[in-house]
Structures are given as C-alpha cells and as structure tokens.
Design a protein around this ligand. Structure first.
Ligand SMILES: Nc1ncnc2c1ncn2[C@@H]1O[C@H](COP(=O)(O)OP(=O)(O)O)[C@@H](O)[C@H]1O
Ligand SMILES: [Mg+2]
Length: 248
C-alpha cells in the first residue's frame, strides 16, 4: 500500500464525507447529477458556502440557470446567507443567468464559439476571493452553442482544467436527460469528472417520494457503493450514511 494520501476537502454536507473517505479529492472535478428538483443546486451551493464560511476555502458560484436573487432567497431558508459571505469577501457570484430580454439565437450563429471568455471571467472572480472551490450550475446550458461533440468536449475540458489547475475543487451540476440528447453532454461531463454523485427523488408509493444519493464513481477513493438516504432539512441537505434508501 502506498503512503501517498490524497488531500481531501470537506463537502459541507453532513453525512456525505463518510461516504467518500472524508471529502472530495482536492483539485478534482466532481459532477453532481440528477433529474430536476433532486437538490443539485442546493448541494453545490451548500458545498461553497460551508467551504467559505467554515473551512477557510473561499468560493465562486457560476450560475447559468437561476438568477442570484432567487438563489439567495432560496438558500436563506437553510440559514445560508450568501450575501454575508459576499460581504466578507469569501464568495463571488458570476451571474450568467438568462436575462429578461433574450436575443433569439439562430442555429449555427456561433461558428467558433468557445469558452475562453467565460474562463477569463471565472478566473478573475477566483483571483478576487482567492477561491479554493468553484461551482458551475449548469454548464450544459451552453451545449447548444457548439457545433460538434468534439468541440464541446475540448472546450469543457479546457475550462475545467483551467479552474482545477489552480488547485481549486470544481463541482459541475448536470441534469440527467430523460432521453439521450444528440451531443451526449452528460456523458462528456461524466468523462471529464473524476467523481460522479447522483441524486434521486424516487416515487416509492402512490403518495410519497424519497430522496437518496449515490457515489457512482470517485477517483482514488474507496467510496460507498450503496444508495443512501438523503433529506432536505431546515439546515440544508443531510445524508444518512447508515440508512440504505428504501427506494434503492
Ligand atoms: N426549504 C425546503 N425544505 C425542503 N425541501 C426544499 C426546500 N426548498 C426546496 N426544497 C426542495 O428542493 C428542490 C429544489 O432543489 P434544487 O437544488 O434547486 O434542485 P435541482 O437543482 O436538482 O433542480 C425542490 O424541488 C424542493 O423539493
Ligand atoms: Mg438546479
């Protein structure tokens, strides 16, 4: 056995560290996947906030779906005050959420679209707060701008590498498609990530659903191979390592 130990960062999700040998490998890219409403954004934002406020690891939230004021309002329900972290200089939000006036986009309008502009913006926010954690929620929204799967993979790879090269740990969120889409964006994201966490909210009877979480893969880690119960509580997301999900 090697005495080389992978440096890990606490996830900030009670119960999750126990499933992943103490935390996510520092500087890795982790994909948090699941259908709509499974808790991906809450988990990723909680990871950032706890990192910034409790573990001395400032963060950058790149939001491409929800506008910051809605994220802030929703997270306050869990006692997570993003504005206080921003005021302390340990959190920065890159707002790329859709604006009210959307310019119609024609197919093929972006012959050479790339992510270098986005990369520069993210890196400058990271520099500003000395970020050790970054969340992109969700990159796949930009997928339609690419003309081929190869370009998409190349661009996603370059962006993730530029972020993690600094030593920061990156969480990507991704909606698992009900039907397989042409570009296979999810497969590319999973391929680029050294860890994949899947969230579920399965129907277990006519009248109830149950939330659960699975560590599908995690590089260099003896992670749990079971599906564990998860709840969204008043304090945010909590995982129950000892509880195997009844829906599993
Ligand atoms: N205060 C709350 N208490 C319990 N559950 C909540 C609360 N706020 C939101 N939720 C649940 O979280 C879900 C949204 O989580 P979110 O992280 O935005 O999902 P995703 O990003 O996977 O689409 C909602 O569908 C709701 O079921
Ligand atoms: Mg979301």
């Amino acid at each position: 056995m090697s005495d080389y130990v992978i440096e890990r960062v606490k996830t900030g999700i009670p119960g999750l560290d126990e499933l992943v040998e103490g935390g996510f490998p520092k500087g890795d890219t982790i994909l948090v996947a699941g259908r709509a409403g499974t808790g991906k954004s809450i988990l990723a934002t909680q990871f950032l906030y706890k990192g910034a406020m409790e573990y001395g690891e400032p963060g950058v939230l790149v939001t491409l779906e929800e506008p910051p004021h809605l994220i802030k309002r929703n997270m306050l329900r869990f006692g997570i005050n993003l504005d206080s972290a921003i005021e302390k200089g340990v959190l920065s939000i890159v707002d790329l959420s859709p604006q009210k006036e959307i310019t119609p986009v024609k197919i093929g309008e972006y012959p050479s679209f790339d992510l270098s502009g986005l990369e520069a913006i993210i890196l400058s926010h990271m520099k500003k707060v000395k970020a050790q954690r970054v969340v992109i929620d969700t990159l796949a929204i930009l997928a339609y701008k690419f003309r081929s799967r190869d370009i998409l993979r190349e661009e996603f790879f370059k962006l993730c590498a530029a972020i993690t090269r600094t030593g920061a740990t990156l969480i990507l969120t991704s909606e698992i498609p009900a039907q397989h889409d042409g570009l296979g964006v999810f497969d590319i994201e999973a391929f680029l990530s050294s860890g994949v966490i899947v969230l579920y909210n399965e129907k277990i009877s006519q009248t109830s659903r149950t939330r659960s979480i699975e560590v599908l893969k995690l590089r260099g880690s003896k992670h749990s191979s079971r599906i564990h119960s998860m709840r969204i509580t008043d304090d945010g997301i909590r995982v129950f390592p000892g509880e195997i999900s009844p829906g599993a």
